[in-house]
Design a protein around this ligand. Sequence first.
Ligand code: AGP
Length: 608
Amino acid sequence: MCGIVGYVGREDAAPFLIEGLRRLEYRGYDSAGIAVSTENGIVVRKSKGRLSALEEKIRGDHMISGNVGIGHTRWATHGEPSDVNAHPQPSASGRFVVVHNGVIDNYLELKNHLIRRGYEFASETDTEVIAHLIERYYNGDMVDALNKLQTRLKGSYSLGVLSADNPGQIAVIRKDSPLILGERGDEKMLASDIPAMLKFTRDFYELGEGEIAILSREGIAFYDSDKEALSKSTFHVDWDMDAAEKGGYEHFMIKEIMEQPRAISDTITPRLDGDKVLFGDFNLTAEDIAGFDKIYITACGSAYHAGIIGKYVIQSLTRKSVDVELASEFRYGDPIISEKTLVIVVSQSGETADSLAALRYAKAKGARVLGVVNVVGSSIAKEADVTLFTNAGPEIAVATTKAYSCQLIIFYLLAVYMAEKIGSVAETERRRLLEEIKALPGKVAKILENKDDVQRFAALHFNARDVFFIGRGMDYGAGLEGSLKLKEISYIHSEAYAAGELKHGTIALIERDSLVVAIAANRRLFDKLISNVMVVKARGACVCGVTWEGNKVIEESCDFALYVPETEDLFAPSLSVITLQLFSYYVASMRGADIDKPRNLAKSVTIE
Ligand code: AGP
């Protein structure tokens, strides 16, 4: 997510803006900028890279002196990290300047609408569309302009707007993307998150959905979308800075687990056009798809586990053969690659050395390479022939959660997209699958609402010596991810096993009170899985079943049951993995582990 700050007061704005942006650096960003209302109009300074590059750019710059300003740290979604794509974004005349946090789903439609009316665009951002629209709608009243704007925008946004016509004011509006306001006497401040203002005040206003505020030294005026004046009371926080950066959560990991409904929704929504899946400039024809003699998915760690799920879904819906390979093995296994091969490289960071090496190997062999990446402007995103971005936002915890969940979503959408192109799924079935994908954010939210059930189970087993995750089909794929989560943050030894494979050796490890987590979210394979559960139970194991709500029969064979909402078998991993993430988090938390920064691990493994 991007970071927004704004200041209106008696002091020079620039130092407040830089200090506020520094307090938001933890959110992750790739460029930064500020704009200040000065006696010569609005002055904008922005720079790709770290905040220090921006500070260097404005050091000694007397042009950027004024008491009203806005600032921004950008987490790129539309357009690579660059000076021109950095915010603030000016309107055509420069009379209006905007900072934005969020994703405008219909920006391309709006941009083309404006281009047809003679507007020229300097950047690739969705935010520049907003700046031009504000100028187009402004008729002397900023509240009217913003209310008109919000009738056109689809997606999420919190905006800070400077206007040369009102140099002593900052206008703000928000939808689905938080915006907090604060004051200290006649000084007013705004930010996308509390840490930016904690040095300034501990009492804040939260702007509500669709609400507008005008900040000036005279006060903060709030309006609803009917331009009715609103009166608001402040809320007080006692957080220290560390807690504030985590939004009040104890760890980034649980914050990011809880962000998954929003992240999944942000990954789905921009790619749906009615009942069709669209991937922007990524277009495959039926001939392209039929022409692939091989599809590989290659990645590391959790991204590899997402690829395993992706294999099942793409194969199931397109009947195209898919192989999943560990990126660290891919180029040494002498894979069969030609110009007819599609290689999908999955990576949250986009910088994993093994995955980047696999990408380069595949390209050198003539393959068409598709990236599935979270970080815009990363090496894998740049070197892939085309990249589908997961809109998870910055992921700080070393153990991935929301990015992994968004990778699954990309695979579901890609499989439905390909099936539609080649007609491998009946239209009614395809529409039903899409409706089920759209329902996933709400179902994930429901699991998170019942997280205490998982915490209770974790409290029984946080001192386990070994944990076995078993499942069949895609449930096995979910088990691999659950096992990795547990290992990497709690340091408990764990293995994931295809349930049918246990009897071929590993069951020798099962003894009295061995803990087994049986993922039983696949209806088609449920009875088979329960047979495997009975086998480990007969050897004294303690078994927790993870299955769909209402499937109480699992309690006849398992010692503990955790339930997830019903969904399509193909999408069940998106739900069972939430329970497994929570289990790992609570176990690690009860063990006092260093959850966000586990020993020996890095967020991005840039060495082979
Ligand atoms: C996941 O929790 C781990 N941190 C690790 O397995 C990670 O998924 C792997 O290193 C791949 O990283 P990437 O997605 O950034 O390429």
